[in-house]
Each structure stands twice: as structure tokens, then as C-alpha cells.
Design a protein around this ligand. Structure first.
Ligand SMILES: Nc1ncnc2c1ncn2[C@@H]1O[C@H](COP(=O)(O)OP(=O)(O)O)[C@@H](O)[C@H]1O
Ligand SMILES: CSC[C@H]1O[C@H](OP(=O)(O)O)[C@H](O)[C@@H]1O
Length: 405
């Protein structure tokens, strides 16, 4: 750990900002600081000038996982990765991530644009809000960040230099454990609704499912296709009706593109399952579920259109231009996305770090209905990913497996 490192207090966050970003606030401004972090890992301070309302976010990594405590030590290098990834993404997808004002490797922190006029997408989805521009923005973010960081665009030398910069072994290990291993056996970290124990035990005994998840785990560990966000769930996206910001890329590394696409789709499908479990008016609930699936389709179709356009404009390598290669690449990406989406759904039902979409459903009997749906959808996405030919096949599967029991 760098000797200068210590976790800041709210007061120290103010002093830090005054000394390192002297022009940001007037020197006589009265600054207020509050720690607002609600994620699993880090401190997040919001510093505000009360008289003008001008503000910023200072995010600092702790040397352990906040959600567990000091017994789970964690690399501070994730703050460097997050800062660098935000800068790369900000260049490739301008306006779709918070601007970085300042980074400090010794204190493991990033000072960035305050997006507090946005809300965390997961909260919006729980409240059944619709976001008309979300699909377009996510399609743009995914297409541009994945295409321009891959071998399709970069020279082999530049690509490998970037792979080196974004080696992120400790954060990848968390995903390898929590997404691809622990949910598939009786691991200590698992935590699930006791009412679905039979369904969870069926997952643990399902040899076909475990074999297919093992293949996806191998792909996560070995396929360095592009600089991926690495944790693109709906808690990592902040929204207004008109705007979208992707935050929190501390899990970024060179991995399979389908892991990002799949993560986002998975969280729309988790929301889909969660609205089955709610007790609100059924017509409104059904209409909202349709909006979620339409959004998933629009994300993929928007992504596909942009990705193909970028391919046609920028791909120069003789071999990447071989007949049928682009279509084969995209089909594999769709099928990978389906498989990764399945894993990301099952981990949120069985493993550590559940999602509020499901966790907040009361009583537990109603929650269990939604959780079983999520498990069924997740398992079928993994098992049948090779049959998926277009996004409609995926949403059809979600509709079928997400029906009443
Ligand atoms: N740039 C930002 N602007 C406004 N709020 C933010 C910003 N970054 C993070 N937050 C708030 O802090 C919370 C935790 O941030 P996040 O980056 O997800 O932390 P963690 O890595 O611990 O999960 C978010 O849910 C959001 O409420
Ligand atoms: C102990 S880390 C668990 C879990 O938390 C991360 O999410 P976030 O930082 O957005 O809260 C990530 O999904 C990890 O798998």
C-alpha cells in the first residue's frame, strides 16, 4: 500500500479538493462534504459549494471490500483501473461517462463529475420508470467502447500494450468466484431465500448447467477481446429521462465483449422477473415487462447496427474482411451475451451481493416466485445459448421461462 494512503474523512475530502483542484471552487466557498457510497466496495464523497450548487464526486478505494469488512482485503490498484477506464470510455463515448477531473494513485481516488441529478437505473426500474433514450445510449456506449478497444481497430502492438495496462487480477478473481463458481456449489459466500432451497440444490446437481458455466468461466478468464467495463449492471448506470452515465468501471480488463452486453441484458431480465413478483396492478406490470424486453431488443439492435457500421468503416485487416467472418463474429457475440447474461442472473439469486430488484420484494413467498423465474431464465440462457440466432430468440426465451409457474 503506498505510504501516503489512508481513507479520507468527509472533512479531509474538502481539504483535498481545495488543495488539488484550486480553481474548481472559489477559494472562499463554503464546502460541504458527505459520504454517499452505497456500493459494495468504496467510499464516495459528494462535495458541494452551498452558495452556487457546484459540486463534484471524490471516489476512494478502501483496502478491503466495504460490504464484508477488513477480513476481505482488496487491491487499491482498482482505483487506477477505474480512473484510466473512465478516461478511455470518455474519449470513445463522450458524455456517456462522468468526466474525470483528477486522479491520485497514492490515495487510490478519482475526482469526477457529479451526476447526482441522475438516479441509479436499478432504482428507476424498481419504481417502474421508463427511459426513452436508455437503449440508444447503452447501444452507443457498448458499440464504441468495445469496437475501438479491440483487435478489430487497434494494431496488435497497441492492443497488447493496453492489455498490460488493464491487467486486473484481483477484481477478475471476484467475478470468477462470485459469478462463475460459488453459485454452482454449496459455497460459504452464498446467500439465498430459504424458500427456494430446492431450486438452488437443483442448480448444484445439474451437471449440464455446471459444464456450460465452466465453459463461460473459461471464456471470461482467457478471451481478451476488448476493454470491457466488467460490471455493467443497472447499479452501474445513472439516468435521467434524457441522459445516461455509465459509472464504476473498477472491474475493467481485457475480456469477452459478451460479458458487458450480457451483464446489461441480465439486469433488464432480473427486473423483468422482479415485476412478476410485485403485487401492483397486473396490466401495468405486464406493460412494464414488455417495455423491459423491448429495451433489451433495442439495446442489442442499436448495438448491432453501430458495431457493423464501425466494422465497415474501420476494419482494415485482410483476414477480418474474409467473407462471412463479420456475421460469424456477431453471432458468437450474441450467443456469448446470452450465456453470460444467464450466469449474471443466477449469481444475483444464489450468491453474495443480491440485487434490490429481488431483495426488496415482500413477503418472501412472492419474492420466491420472482427468484425462481430468474433462475429458470438464467439456466436456459446458459444451456440454450447456442440456439440463439437473433435478439428475438433471447427475449422469446425470457418470455417463455418467465411465465407464471
Ligand atoms: N459520478 C457520480 N455522480 C453521482 N453519484 C455517484 C457518482 N459515482 C457514484 N455515485 C454514487 O455512489 C454510489 C456508489 O458508487 P459506485 O461507483 O457504484 O461504488 P462501488 O464501486 O462501491 O459500487 C452510486 O450508487 C451513486 O449513488
Ligand atoms: C464483494 S464485491 C460483490 C459485487 O459487488 C460489485 O458490484 P458493485 O461494486 O457495483 O456494488 C460486483 O458486482 C461484485 O461482484
Amino acid at each position: 500500500m503506498p505510504s501516503a494512503y489512508h481513507p479520507l474523512t468527509e472533512e479531509e475530502a474538502v481539504q483535498y479538493v481545495r488543495s488539488k483542484l484550486p480553481g474548481f471552487f472559489p477559494s472562499d466557498a463554503q464546502l460541504f462534504s458527505r459520504e454517499i457510497g452505497d456500493g459494495n466496495l468504496n467510499l464516495v464523497f459528494r462535495v458541494v459549494d452551498a452558495s452556487t450548487g457546484r459540486s463534484l464526486i471524490l471516489k476512494q478505494a478502501l483496502p478491503y471490500a466495504r460490504v464484508v469488512g477488513e477480513s476481505w482485503p482488496l487491491t487499491l490498484d482498482r482505483a487506477r483501473i477505474e480512473s484510466e477506464a473512465l478516461k478511455v470510455q470518455g474519449k470513445l463515448a463522450p458524455g456517456l461517462v462522468p468526466r474525470v477531473y483528477h486522479s491520485d494513485e497514492d490515495l487510490a481516488l478519482t475526482v469526477m463529475e457529479d451526476c447526482s441529478d441522475h438516479i441509479i437505473l436499478r432504482k428507476g426500474l424498481i419504481a417502474r420508470k421508463r427511459y426513452p433514450r436508455l437503449a440508444e445510449h447503452m447501444a452507443e456506449f457498448l458499440a464504441r467502447t468495445l469496437f475501438f478497444t479491440s483487435d478489430l481497430y487497434l494494431s496488435p502492438e497497441e492492443k497488447k500494450a493496453r492489455v498490460r495496462r488493464f491487467i486486473n487480477p484481483e477484481m477478475c478473481k471476484i467475478t470468477e468466484d462470485l459469478v462463475f463458481s460459488h453459485p454452482y456449489y454449496d459455497a460459504d459466500t452464498n446467500s439465498f431465500n430459504p424458500l427456494i432451497r430446492e431450486d438452488v440444490e437443483a442448480v448444484w446437481k445439474d451437471g449440464d448447467l455446471r459444464r456450460e458455466v465452466a465453459k463461460l468461466k473459461e471464456s471470461f478468464m482467457t478471451c481478451g477481446q476488448a476493454l470491457i467495463h466488467g460490471d455493467l449492471h443497472t447499479g452501474s448506470v445513472m439516468v435521467t429521462e434524457q441522459d445516461t452515465k455509465v459509472i464504476d468501471p473498477e472491474f475493467a480488463y481485457y475480456g469477452p465483449m459478451g460479458f458487458d452486453v450480457g451483464a446489461f441484458l441480465a439486469n433488464l431480465f432480473l427486473s423483468y422477473a422482479s415485476h412478476e413478483g410485485q403485487t401492483a396492478d397486473s396490466e401495468e406490470r405486464a406493460a412494464y415487462r414488455q417495455w423491459l424486453l423491448r429495451t433489451a431488443e433495442d439495446v442489442w439492435n442499436g448495438f448491432l447496427e453501430r458495431f457493423c457500421r464501425l466494422w465497415d468503416e474501420h476494419v482494415k485487416d485482410e483476414m477480418w474482411s474474409a467473407p462471412g467472418y463479420r456475421d460469424a463474429y456477431i453471432l458468437r457475440l450474441l450467443q456469448d451475451s446470452a450465456g453470460f447474461a444467464g450466469c449474471k442472473m443466477m449469481r444475483r439469486v444464489i450468491g453474495l451481493a443480491p440485487v434490490a430488484d429481488l431483495e426488496t420484494i415482500e413477503p418472501p413467498e412472492v419474492r420466491a416466485v420472482a427468484e425462481r423465474q430468474a433462475l429458470r431464465i438464467g439456466a436456459q440462457l446458459v444451456l440454450r445459448r447456442g440456439e440463439m440466432r437473433c435478439i428475438g430468440d433471447i427475449t422469446e426465451l425470457v418470455r417463455r421461462e418467465g411465465g407464471a409457474e
